[in-house]
Structures are given as C-alpha cells and as structure tokens.
Design a binder for this molecule. Structure first.
Ligand code: CAA
Length: 270
C-alpha cells in the first residue's frame, strides 16, 4: 500500500520459504516524505489513519515503523504547514494527531519504532507511541518545540514524562535540546543502539516476538497499557483476568502441549 506520505508493506515472519505462507506477517510502515525529513503534515496524519485501518484488517504479528531515507524517522510536525495556523486550527491538528497516535499505541500487535535519524517533536511523540524504540547510530531525539515558541502537541508532555520521569522530561522540553542514541538508551527512552542498520535489527526483534503466541503477546501489551493509570491491586486483578483469558486460546493448549511433548510449538493466533 503506497499512500502519498506513508508506505505499508508486509513480510513473512518466517524466512524459511516453506513456512513463510503460514507463519503470519510483519508489517513495515514507512513515513515517506524524505525531502522534508518525513515531517508530519495533515496528509500524513490522514495516511496514517488509513494505514491503521489496514493494520486492523490484516492483524500482523508485529509492526515496525520507520522513516524513508537515511536522515530522519520524522523531524516533527510540518512547520511550513503550521506557520499560518490559527489557534483553533492548531488545537484541531493536535487533537487529530493525538487521536491517530493513540490508535497506534493501542494496536493489538506489538510495535517497534526503528529510529533512523531525527525523531524530533511529533516524530519523537510518534516513536513514543510504539512499544519499543530502537535507535540507529545516527538517531537523535528531542522535543524542540519551545524553540518555535510552542509546546509538544502530539502527546509529548504526557508520554515523555512517563518514559523518562518528570524532571528529565521537563529539562528536555524546556531546553529543547536533542539527545543522541546513547543518551536516549541511558534515559530509558530507547531500548538499544544499533551499530548496523536499525531496520534490520527491528525486524529481527519483531521476528523473535512474533515467534511467540500472538494472543499472549497482545495480552502482555494490554496488561501493561490498560493498567498504567490504575493502582497495583486493580492492575493485578486485570492481569489475573487476562491470564485466565489466555487459557481460552488454542495457542495456549498448543504451547503447553509442545512443551510437554518436547517439540517446537506452532502458533496460529487462535
Ligand atoms: N517541518 C517542515 N519541514 C521540515 C521540518 C519540519 N518539522 N524539518 C525539516 N524540514 C525540511 C526543511 O525545511 C528542509 O526543506 P527545504 O530543503 O525545502 O528547505 C528539509 O526538511 C531538510 O531540512 P534542513 O535543511 O533543515 O536540514 P538540516 O540537516 O540542516 O537540519 C534539522 C535538520 C535539525 C532536523 C532541522 O531540519 C530542524 O530543526 N527541523 C525542525 C525540527 C523541529 O523543530 N521539530 C518540531 C516541530 S513542531 C512539532 O512537532 C509540534 C508537535 O509536537 C506536534
């Protein structure tokens, strides 16, 4: 699927040609405005919505999000487009961006951002909606909006605090400074730095995750995401319910039978 500003392709989970057809798929979503460092304009927000519809329909085992070219994941919301926004238009743009990013965050499939260059402003906010963030050697992250005399509008004031803690998030958002890949890992913003191509590493990680029971992987995600505003007792109660729900799947029977019979499990996502 090649939209104006976002491309979507699928790869089989298994690289073995005999197993490829039955192994499920990994979706690769590429932000595609390389000349503008993949800046997020209104068209890209709309295209991301269409891609999310396609992902809902295709139910891939994992999703990898990256940027076209070798300079940027996304250098933020499109400043040239925002230059003439009224306050009402700006608020509407932020609300629509937040809505689409929240859909990405709550996809049932696990999501990995392969950050191949700048992830600034809305780009950093988009990466933070993924479950895992892998940084390429040239990655840099930041919320530089104050340099433009505005604030993050796609969830940065909320998600950066949750990722790196209040004081560090305030420092980053108040100075607008960018952090390189190694500091992003030290802060817990990124999981690791890739020495080679970050997209290849993201696909390897996606394949490792996709080899597990897909329903169980999505339950892990739900158990973490849907409970992070709850106290621990309510979170534990939700975990127990989701644990029980796993026992309604064929994959749970298969996973445990395969262990007992000392053979590899074959999961179907059912
Ligand atoms: N919006 C629109 N165009 C952008 C852009 C953006 N966010 N970032 C880069 N571009 C465009 C540039 O205008 C340039 O296009 P032209 O050649 O047509 O002029 C092209 O991409 C290449 O960029 P540079 O020439 O600036 O490249 P550089 O290597 O000198 O600098 C950079 C790279 C440091 C990332 C610099 O482009 C930059 O600072 N970009 C803006 C980063 C930013 O402030 N992001 C936050 C935006 S606000 C936001 O995101 C709000 C929100 O939370 C929703």
């Amino acid at each position: 699927m090649e939209l104006q500003t976002v491309h979507l392709r699928f790869e089989p989970v298994s690289q073995d040609p005999e197993e490829a057809a039955s192994s499920g798929q990994i979706a690769v979503v590429e932000l595609h405005r390389p000349k503008a460092l993949n800046a997020i304009n209104r068209q890209m927000v709309a295209d991301l919505a269409s891609v999310l519809d396609a992902l809902d329909a295709a139910a891939p085992r994992a999703v990898v999000l990256t940027g076209a070219g070798n300079r940027a994941f996304a250098a933020g919301a499109d400043i040239k487009e925002m230059v003439s926004y009224s306050a009402v238009q700006a608020a509407a743009f932020a609300r629509e961006g937040q809505r689409i990013l929240a859909r990405l965050e709550t996809l049932s499939a696990p999501t990995i951002a392969a950050v191949n260059g700048f992830a600034l402003g809305g780009g950093c906010e988009l990466a933070m909606c993924c479950d895992l963030i892998l940084a390429g050697a040239n990655a840099s992250f930041g919320q530089p909006e104050v340099k433009l005399a505005v604030i993050p509008g796609f969830g940065g004031t909320q998600r950066l605090v949750r990722r790196v803690g209040r004081q560090r998030a305030l420092e980053l958002m108040m100075t607008g400074r960018t952090v390189k890949a190694s500091e992003a890992v030290a802060l817990g913003l990124a999981l690791s730095v890739s020495e080679e191509a970050v997209l290849d590493d993201a696909l390897k990680l996606a394949r490792r995750i996709a080899a597990n029971g897909p329903v169980a992987v999505s339950m892990v995600k739900r158990a973490v995401h849907e409970t992070d505003r709850l106290d621990i007792d309510a979170g534990l109660a939700a975990e127990a319910s989701l644990f029980g729900l796993c026992f309604a799947t064929a994959d749970q029977e298969e996973g445990m039978a395969a262990f007992v019979e000392r053979r590899p499990a074959r999961f179907t996502g059912a």
